[in-house]
Write a protein that binds this ligand. Structure first.
Ligand code: SF4
Ligand code: FES
Length: 552
């Protein structure tokens, strides 16, 4: 954006772009001005009044001498557009007195139940109380008590913690266009509510919990699950759909507790869909494959990974007599790095192996929010994160792929052995595949998957793979954007498919297996003719504490 001039905020000179408000300029320069109702993704209502500042503006008719702006009234910095030469103070005695008054006002009816509030530790009311609040309350009357409400499938409202910033109401009006929420009542009796007969039930509903600057709107799944200061944050990418939405995985003791959006204006802005926010629960499913299996006397028996890998290789090779070929189905749920190592292993086992991209689930059509906005946030119909990335890797290796359906058809004739990869969040095998594997002359099957499924009945060996949360890698989203993600937690028994590929390659060539490393794999891919992987940036966590952007 073209710089238009500069203003001075609390003694710091800041350049600004046309149309930016003073608060936006401060946020962009990492200056701290308290703010509740302002949010980059919503309209500006200037209702909480905590961001007010004293402003002086140059008067061109008086030789640009500084004069009190708007007669010297405190002005909302979130709503006042910056103009060249302005001098703003949000740290002057008058501005600080306002901040203290706003805090005292907001806490009059607040229940002060931080010890049992999920927001404690990441609450702006706590932070600004610490900065501007009084140590004791002067309020002696009875507080207004307000109810707890079940707003919808994912969200509770603890109404007496609400500071009436209306971010949640504006979100349902301006982003989802569903308008379920409203402000009911007046004065100290006003409260957030759903319209009669409606629930907060839109596919972006979880975002209101992120938007709420206090502990009024709560994620049902996260309710009383963890104190937030125990959580570690790992930057990640949507591993369930083709959106490429930027995420933070919040976890502790190797368990995921919640998923939140990371701001990326070029991809998901500030939002994620509920599907992406809550869809990770299969990661801790009791149906996870937690050990390798090999078929012995017709039954699958548990095995250690090295032995299962060796026997899987022997079984795959045994199926390749009489000119039959190895087939390999690379799932669109795999990372580019996984696909790279598995493809190389398949070529080492059978140089004329047949490659197919696994089924790419599509549900309905893409939906945009706000509805009709071509630059809006998109919920993708394609429910796999990396169909394009897997195809890109195979193309980079100079391999031609056949359609999954064609490969399934060929199972009765040309394919003697098959490597199947899944990693979908639910049972994924189409009936046609199961029917083909039901035949007596079925190929030898190595199944690499994350969840138990009907495919176990048809596998000669099973190697458990890890979900995207348990490994690092790269996905290419529906817009062709390559984005890296990091490993958040570890998992017992399962390995990244990239590691399984390296182990298979070592077993096939008699070498010793390398250790899977996503960053090194990207460099190897870049050197082998896929230069775009050299530029994939590894994300870092941004702790966004409203005005303060701190990079860890
Ligand atoms: S519930 Fe939260 S987001 Fe909604 S108005 Fe109250 S404080 Fe603001
Ligand atoms: S009035 Fe400016 S942030 Fe609320």
């Amino acid at each position: 954006m073209e710089a238009m001039g500069s203003i001075t905020i609390n003694g710091v000179r800041c350049d600004f772009s046309p149309g930016q408000t003073i608060l936006q300029v401060a946020n962009a320069h990492g200056l701290s001005i308290p703010q509740y109702c302002y949010h980059d993704g919503l309209s500006i209502v200037a209702s909480c009044r905590i961001c007010l500042g004293e402003i002086w503006s140059p008067n061109p008719r008086a030789g640009n001498a500084l004069e009190p702006y708007m007669g010297g009234k405190l002005m909302p910095t979130c709503q006042t557009v910056a103009s060249d030469g302005m001098v703003v103070h949000t740290d002057s005695p008058k501005a600080v007195a306002n901040q203290k008054s706003v805090m005292e006002y907001l806490l009059i009816n607040h229940p002060l139940d931080c010890p049992v509030c999920d927001q404690a530790g990441e609450c702006l009311l706590q932070d600004y109380s610490f900065e501007f609040g009084r140590g004791v309350s002067r309020f002696e009357e009875d507080k207004v008590k307000q109810p707890k409400k079940d707003l919808g499938p994912h969200v509770y409202l603890y109404a007496d913690r609400c500071i009436m910033c209306t971010r949640c109401v504006r979100f349902t009006r301006e982003v989802t266009g569903t308008s379920e929420l409203m402000v009911l009542g007046r004065g100290n009796r006003n409260e957030i509510d759903v319209f009669p007969g409606l629930a907060l039930d839109n596919e972006l509903s979880g975002n209101v919990v992120d938007l709420c600057p206090v502990g009024a709107l709560l994620d049902k799944d996260f309710l009383f699950a963890q104190r937030v200061w125990f959580l570690k944050e790992t930057p990640s990418i949507d591993g369930l759909t083709s959106s490429g939405d930027n995420l933070s995985i919040h976890h502790n003791d190797n368990r995921v507790h919640r998923v939140k959006p990371r701001e990326n204006l070029a991809v998901n802005k500030w939002w994620i869909s509920d599907e992406v926010r809550f869809g990770w629960s299969f990661v801790h499913s009791p149906d996870r494959l937690a050990s390798a299996f090999r078929r012995q006397h017709g039954v699958l028996v548990e095995s250690d990974s090295p032995r299962a890998t060796r026997e899987a290789l022997a079984s795959l090779r045994a199926g390749l007599d009489a000119g039959k070929r190895l087939g390999i189905v690379l799932s669109p749920m795999l990372s580019c790095e996984d696909a790279w190592h598995l493809a190389k292993a398949a070529l080492a086992i059978n140089p004329v192996a047949v490659f197919a991209l696994g089924p790419v689930p599509v549900q309905g059509q893409d939906r945009t929010y706000p509805p009709g906005d071509p630059n809006g946030f998109v919920v993708r119909a394609e429910k796999a994160p990396n169909a394009r990335g897997v195809a890109r890797v195979l193309k980079g290796l100079g391999l031609k792929t056949v359609a999954f359906e064609a490969l399934v058809k060929d199972l009765a004739s040309g394919i003697g052995s098959l490597i199947l990869t899944g990693n979908y969040p639910s049972d994924w095998a189409p009936d046609a595949l199961l029917r083909a594997l039901d035949r007596k002359d079925r190929p030898r099957v190595l199944l690499i998957d994350t969840l138990r499924s009907r495919l176990l009945n048809h596998a000669d060996a099973v190697l458990p793979g890890s979900t995207w949360i348990e490994k690092a890698g790269t996905f290419e989203n529906a817009s062709g954007r390559l984005q890296a993600f990091e490993q958040a937690i570890t998992v017992e028994g399962a390995r990244a498919e990239g590691q399984i590929g390296l182990d298979l390659l070592a077993a096939a060539t008699g070498g010793s297996p390398g250790l899977f490393n996503a960053a090194e794999t990207r460099l190897a891919m870049a050197e082998a003719g896929l230069p775009e992987f050299a530029d994939v940036a590894v994300p870092r966590v941004e702790v966004r504490h409203e005005a303060e952007m701190v990079r860890l």
